[in-house]
Design a protein around this ligand. Structure first.
Ligand code: ZN
Length: 423
């Protein structure tokens, strides 16, 4: 038997390798019909359009979408309380739905009759899942949607799903062996727990070859361990319960390709205006889901997108990782900076033991000073130069460096201290 090639091929080559202009046309087409449908069937969508002074025909392409203000995930519980159960955003009556999920918030999400509305198949295929894989799905099958979304996507690919759900490590080990499970879906840490338990039980190597992980961060060290020591091709995606899967890693694992049935905009978290490529902003998504047509849904997550070509041949732009929560950002000279970027600056520069960004005001100009404590043996002038360069590269801003004695920055200090006053 020849081994399966998990790194080549596409789930839907025509879509995944579309030229940028063709993708624009494809998205404009579904967007226009989605907005018409939603305007007619979802009173919450109608209210938003009317409030923005828009008719359905005003939204014909991605550029028009920007005229509709962003709706924040944090507003959803209140909107659903006022207009239960879905805030007026569902196009079907409850009795026509397949499932209703209850996510933390609480926020309810409907699953309509159409298959594939969460767009996970291209992601799982790019991640290496193939027809014939037998897959342990260890996400929770109650309340929240992730397990069901991926269950359906696996089914569409032609995989066999074993809905093992969360926990029961010993049962997971036994089951993986008895059904010869080649695939795993769940959190990366639980996959490691299962592998370790198998070693403890002395049952030999588990048959896993491929894993789609999510719901928590995937440190590169953990990925290396899974891939190199255990031979499990490990990929991740990005999505939320409200919008489904909007981005996924390909074999190159160089960021996450955006799905063709989602329009992702990286926006100013305050104004909602789209930002140029390469800038950090809030991920705002519009998804082609006729039952639950989320239009310009602000996830509260920060990211950055690049449209540089990817060697895998997929032409969709890629989001370059999760960059924190939008409510933690500080705006400096028109650019958003985030606590994680402060850590990134320190890591890139090297020689920094502890640091803090201080935002101040001089005349009518914001100032950015990075206070840094040196590691033993580090040379102040070299660190200063390296930090200044790292600030420019990571934050796209000019900032100065203040080297302070060890112990000056309290352990509990905020990563970004905003010392501006506005009188
Ligand atoms: Zn790629």
């Amino acid at each position: 038997m020849t081994p399966i090639d998990r790194r080549r091929g596409y789930w839907d080559r025509e879509k995944e390798t579309m030229a940028p202009r063709a993708r624009e046309r494809y998205q404009a087409r579904w967007l226009a019909s989605l907005v018409r449908h939603a305007r007619e069937r979802a009173p919450g969508v109608r209210r938003r359009l009317e409030h923005a002074g828009l008719a359905a025909r005003d939204i014909r392409g991605v550029a028009d979408l920007t005229r509709l203000p962003v709706i924040k995930k944090s507003e959803m519980p209140e909107l659903q309380r006022i207009d239960p159960p879905f805030g007026g955003f569902c196009t079907l009556p409850v009795e026509k739905l397949r499932r209703v999920f209850v996510s933390p918030g609480p926020i309810l999400e409907p699953m309509g009759p159409e298959a594939s509305a969460w767009h996970g198949e291209a992601a799982l295929f790019a991640g290496g899942f193939r027809p014939g894989d037998v897959v342990l799905n260890t996400f929770a099958y109650h309340l929240v949607p992730a397990a069901h979304e991926l269950d359906e996507a696996l089914h569409l690919i032609g995989c066999t799903v074993v809905p093992t759900g969360v926990g029961n490590t010993d049962t997971q080990v036994t089951t993986a062996r008895s059904v010869r499970a080649t695939g795993y879906v769940g959190t990366p840490s639980f996959l490691m727990t299962i592998l370790k338990r198998a070693a403890e039980l002395g049952v030999g190597r588990l048959p896993f070859e491929v894993a789609q992980v999510g719901a928590e961060a995937l440190p590169e060290s953990l990925r290396r361990q899974l891939e190199e020591e255990h031979g499990i091709l490990t990929r991740q995606g990005f999505g939320t319960a409200d919008i489904g899967m909007v981005a996924y890693e390909c074999p190159e694992k160089s960021g996450m390709h955006l799905v063709d049935d989602a329009i992702v905009q990286v926006c100013d978290p305050l104004s909602g205006a789209p930002l140029p490529d390469g800038q950090v902003g809030e991920l705002v998504a519009t998804v082609n889901n006729p039952t639950y047509p989320m239009l310009r849904f602000g996830t509260g997550d920060l990211t950055v997108v690049t449209d540089e070509p990817c060697p895998c041949g997929r032409t969709a732009a890629r989001m370059l990782g999760w960059r924190g929560r939008a409510d933690e950002v500080t705006k400096v000279r028109g650019m958003f900076i985030h606590p994680r970027q402060v850590d990134e600056v320190a890591a890139r520069a090297g020689g920094v033991a502890r640091c803090q960004a201080v935002v101040g005001r001089e005349g009518h100009q914001d100032t950015l000073v990075l206070r840094a404590e040196l590691r033993p043996g580090a040379e102040a002038p070299a660190v200063r130069a390296a930090v200044e360069t790292a600030i420019r590269d990571v934050m796209k801003l000019r900032g100065s460096v203040e080297i302070v004695p060890a112990g000056t920055i309290p352990e509990t200090a905020k990563k970004i201290a905003d010392e501006r006053t506005w009188e």
